[in-house]
Ligand binder design. Structure first.
Ligand SMILES: [Ca+2]
Ligand SMILES: [Ca+2]
Ligand SMILES: [Ca+2]
Length: 266
């Protein structure tokens, strides 16, 4: 953005009007994350860290502190195992997060340090309603699977700076699969490496995908599917990597800056 205001062009204005006319406007009402609360249960069994939310709107950080040590922090009133404050788990290989109903917020991040990885799989399921998932500087050695269920959901992936100002990208070694279901979803991927298959399905609704400064090492096994509706005003996709053009299906606006759902314009 660089703080530069851009003049809206005619196509963007037409598109915005069309999107609003299709009923996106009412679903963009303020989501009450300030009222997030409820409780999540976190437990480890056989190397699997299971984090289970409740039907309330939960807000948690999942922080990898050292190899196999993961801390869960509740925010905005959300408790972890009935307590306020952080709860740490040792011996973690796989992480499975199931947030259930409510407008949930989940951020998975690392204490920035070279070579720190989730040794196994990362699975996140946020269920119905409007959820936000952020993955910041996360390295997953095996498979990553994200299912945001119905509702207008947002997935944001980016890198982080270490204390020595080194930038660490998010890094997905195994299969990376996303399904965002009904309603208007946004997936924004910045500064990430995908070493294996990528399968992103945005489901019904007027969705947007944008990816910037990211590396797709297996473009033949990379797919972004915008889903229905397949006509005007359609789904938006923004990417600077032309090699991915064949990986994109059911996106009617290509390239699109995704600004209509809050995607960043570079
Ligand atoms: Ca919940
Ligand atoms: Ca959802
Ligand atoms: Ca959708």
């Amino acid at each position: 953005m660089n703080g530069i205001l851009r003049k809206p062009n005619y196509r963007v204005v037409v598109r915005l009007v069309a999107v609003l006319a299709c009923g996106l406007g009412p679903s963009m009402a303020w989501s009450p994350w300030a009222q997030a609360a409820g409780n999540v249960q976190a437990s480890v069994a056989d190397g699997n860290l299971i984090i289970a939310g409740d039907t309330a709107s939960n807000n948690i950080l999942v922080i990898q502190e050292f190899n196999e040590v993961v801390t869960v922090v509740g925010r905005a009133g959300t408790t972890v195992n009935g307590e306020r404050g952080p709860s740490s788990a040792d011996g973690v290989t796989n992480i499975a997060i199931d947030m259930r109903g409510g407008d949930d917020f989940v951020r998975v991040e690392v204490v920035p340090s070279a070579g720190l990885a989730i040794p196994g799989d990362l699975r996140i399921d946020t269920g119905k309603r409007n959820d936000i998932i952020e993955l910041l500087g996360v390295t997953v050695a095996a498979e990553t699977r994200i299912d945001t269920g119905d509702g207008s959901d947002t997935i944001f992936i980016d890198g982080v700076f270490t204390p020595s100002e080194e930038f660490v990208r998010s890094d997905f070694a195994g299969r990376f699969a996303v399904e965002t279901g009904d309603k208007e979803d946004l997936i924004e991927i910045n500064h990430a490496i995908f070493r294996g298959e990528v399968d992103v399905k945005l489901g019904r609704g007027i969705d947007a995908a944008c990816t910037h400064a990211s590396e797709y090492q297996s473009p033949d096994n990379t797919s972004f599917d915008g889903g229905e509706p397949s006509g005007f005003p359609g789904d938006g996709f923004y990417v600077l990597i032309i090699e991915l053009a064949d990986a994109v299906t059911d996106f009617e606006f290509f390239p699109d800056d995704c600004a209509f759902l809050g995607g960043r314009v570079f």
